[in-house]
Design a protein around this ligand. Structure first.
Ligand code: NAD
Length: 331
């Protein structure tokens, strides 16, 4: 068996090599993405594994089929870049990695909450001015006893709620399908408005669906308790960024942890050091002390990268050897 990986970064390469050695399978990898220009590179391989980040050229399925390829293993949870019907028509099975380290994202949400609860940006501001006095602006409060609303209590939201609960927080939840297992530490509310209204911290962990695009808008922020902390490590499109900035300006929110941003595809994962950023919304998020902005890295730990590589390569191997994998998304 011979496998070809595309989109492989320096962070993934050691895990790819380890998997290849352990499984005694020949694996080659390149940094480039699979496109019409380089599709001939797939010739001679039995399976492919990619980490496609933008639109995929779905006309490539036919060429892959003609080369004897039966699968594409996508190294992410999201697979919306593929036309699944076209893939199925060409006998190509697409696999994803639905969960690779929910703890990593949950821990990031906790870190973001503590960052604002313990007034880290204000402390840094005073230290930068060489003002080391103990004084009211940097006096914080413990997270223990605060009320946290977790919106979406699936794989990641469940662990986030559990971690906040173990720190002594009062955890409120909202989910269209409440998780009975979580009821020992989450008090569920019937509406998102009820869930957020008494919360000191609101953290969102739902997928983006046609029903909840920009659910965090001016109206929903108006239901928040004054000076709440808001965390979005889920999907950028869940939040109307203009409304978020209004809520920060009016001190409805005292801080926001923004790991996913509505227009992130143009910027996140790219090097803009020598380029102009045209996006005024992004620029204003970057400039604010009351926003902790990050480029969709809540998941980004060695555990996640390892699991993404191993799970996708295991799926590739399973499809080639047995014709199927539990992670096929176009069944
Ligand atoms: P999941 O499917 O396990 O859980 C999602 C939960 O949200 C489910 O319980 C579902 O019932 C609930 N839900 C769906 N629509 C809802 C709505 N409109 N209102 C309330 N609840 C709703 O998903 P997961 O694996 O926990 O992922 C959660 C989010 O985290 C996703 O948006 C995912 O894309 C994102 N994510 C982010 C990163 C990162 O690095 N920032 C990494 C991985 C996943």
């Amino acid at each position: 068996m011979k496998l070809k990986l595309f989109d492989v970064g320096n962070d993934e390469a050691p895990f790819v090599e380890k998997w290849a050695n352990y499984n005694n399978i020949e694996v080659d990898y390149v940094r480039n993405s699979l496109t019409r220009e380089n599709i001939s590179e797939v010739f001679g391989y039995d399976g492919i594994c990619v980490s496609h980040n933008g639109p995929f050229d779905n006309s490539l399925f036919k060429d892959l089929k003609n080369m004897g390829i039966k699968q594409i293993a996508q190294r992410s949870a999201g697979f919306d870049m593929y036309d699944l019907e076209q893939a199925t028509k060409n006998n190509i099975k697409i696999t994803n990695v639905p969960s690779y380290s929910p703890n990593s994202i949950a821990e990031y949400a906790i870190m973001g909450a503590l960052y604002f609860v313990r007034k880290v940006p204000t402390v840094q501001h005073y230290v930068a001015k060489q003002d080391f006095r103990w004084q009211p602006p940097i006096m914080a409060r413990p997270i223990k006893g605060l009320t946290v609303a977790v919106i979406g209590t699936g794989r990641i939201g469940y662990i986030t709620a559990e971690l906040f609960y173990h720190m002594g927080c009062n955890v409120i939840g909202y989910d269209i399908q409440p998780n009975p297992k979580a009821e020992k530490f989450i008090t569920y509310k019937d509406t998102v408005e009820e869930a957020v209204k008494d919360a000191d911290i609101v953290t969102v962990h739902t997928p983006a669906t046609t029903d909840n695009i920009m659910m965090f808008n001016d109206k929903l922020f108006s239901h928040f308790k004054d000076s709440a902390i808001f965390i979005n490590c889920a999907r950028g499109i869940l939040v109307n960024t203009k409304a978020l900035i209004n809520a920060l300006d009016s001190r409805k929110l005292s801080g926001a942890v923004i790991d996913t941003y509505e227009n992130e595809a143009t910027y996140f994962r790219k090097d803009f050091r020598d380029k102009q950023i045209e996006d005024d919304l992004l620029k204003s998020l970057m400039e604010r002390d009351d926003v902790l902005l990050s480029p969709h890295i809540a998941f980004y730990t060695n555990e996640s990268v390892k699991n993404l590589v191993e799970c996708s390569l295991n799926s590739t191997k399973a499809i080639i050897q047995k014709g199927n994998s539990e992670f096929v998304v176009n069944k």
